[in-house]
Design a protein around this ligand. Structure first.
Ligand code: SD4
Length: 302
């Protein structure tokens, strides 16, 4: 198809991540390799406190990372609440390829990463530690909407955003990746939607893929990404499927839905894409033969 290959991802930092993924796609490489390489960019970015290395810690000062990956053959791998390893997406991929399991958590995930040759290192940066100490003064857990868009504004430390990425390679095969440091100042041990297959990410090579960002509890409750893919299977466009998933959150928990952000992003087998969020301010990046730096505002309910 003319639209392919293509890669899309959540938020402004997705532009740069897509461009990295594009290097693999444009050479005829596999979508699964493209999405891993792509999301490693924000994972490594020290200015980004929402994904990977410089993520903000939980309320006890631990940086705990969540990620998952899913390929065109239905293989998937995931790590959750993993400490001390800077590239959770690569560990998720190794769980997929080198173990009989789908998900490793906590110290077990870290141990596996070290066995695979990854360095165990302190991930808490001085800037993140400072933000955490500042937060401790009041210790109020209140996620701020669209924090990724508010970088640099006061108060922006109090929430996290996730990169979710979906790609279709030149062969027409679909894969996805999702990685995050989770909600800033969450309880120790808290895991969101991002490493949960079906919640933060889902891919079905016959239909398409979906990913989510925002307050993970509401995404898990509705098995959001799986829902979006199943709706596309029934004939919904990517945007209509994302909208329906958002509406489930509104219907089930209207009082919560008003106060939080959740956004879904989806692509179908033809390479058509769409997104929908609860609140204004959710955007997503698109990269294909026509343009490598598109950033599109998602439609929203409120
Ligand atoms: C989580 N979905 O841990 C992630 C974080 C996020 O905007 O995307 N926040 O719930």
């Amino acid at each position: 198809a003319g639209n392919l290959p293509i890669v899309i991802s959540t938020w402004g930092f997705g532009v740069q991540a897509n461009q990295e993924a594009w290097k693999t796609l444009v050479k005829g490489g596999r979508a699964v390799d493209a999405v891993e390489a792509g999301v490693k960019i924000p994972e490594a970015d020290l200015n980004n406190h929402t994904v990977g290395r410089s993520g903000y810690p939980d309320r006890d000062g631990h940086v705990t990372l969540d990620a998952c990956i899913m390929d065109d053959k239905g293989n998937c791998g995931s790590v959750a609440a993993m400490e001390y390893i800077a590239h959770p997406i690569s560990i998720a991929r190794l769980v997929m390829e080198k173990t009989p399991h789908v998900m490793l958590v906590g110290e077990g995930a870290t141990q596996f990463a070290v066995e695979q040759g990854f360095k165990r290192e302190k991930l808490l940066l001085p800037s993140s530690e400072k933000a955490w100490k500042e937060w401790l003064k009041k210790a109020e857990y209140k996620p701020v909407i669209n924090i990724e868009n508010k970088k640099g504004l006061p108060g922006n430390e109090y929430n996290h955003d996730t990169i979710g990425m979906l790609a279709i390679d030149a062969q027409g095969n679909i894969s996805g990746a999702c990685t995050t440091s989770g909600m800033a100042f969450k309880m120790h041990g808290r895991v969101g939607d991002s490493p949960i297959i079906g919640a933060g990410l889902y891919v079905d090579n016959e239909v398409g893929g979906a990913t989510a960002t925002g307050v993970g509890e509401e995404v898990i409750r509705n098995v959001g990404s799986f829902l979006v893919v199943e709706l596309m299977r029934q004939g919904y466009t990517p945007e209509a499927a994302c909208k329906e998933a958002v509406m489930r959150i509104v219907k089930k928990k209207p009082e919560i839905a008003k106060e939080i952000q959740v956004g879904f992003l989806a692509i179908n087998k033809k390479g058509e894409y769409g997104a929908f969020a609860l609140q204004k301010g959710f955007n997503f990046a698109v990269c294909n033969n026509t343009s490598q730096d598109l950033l599109i505002d998602g439609k929203c309910y409120y």
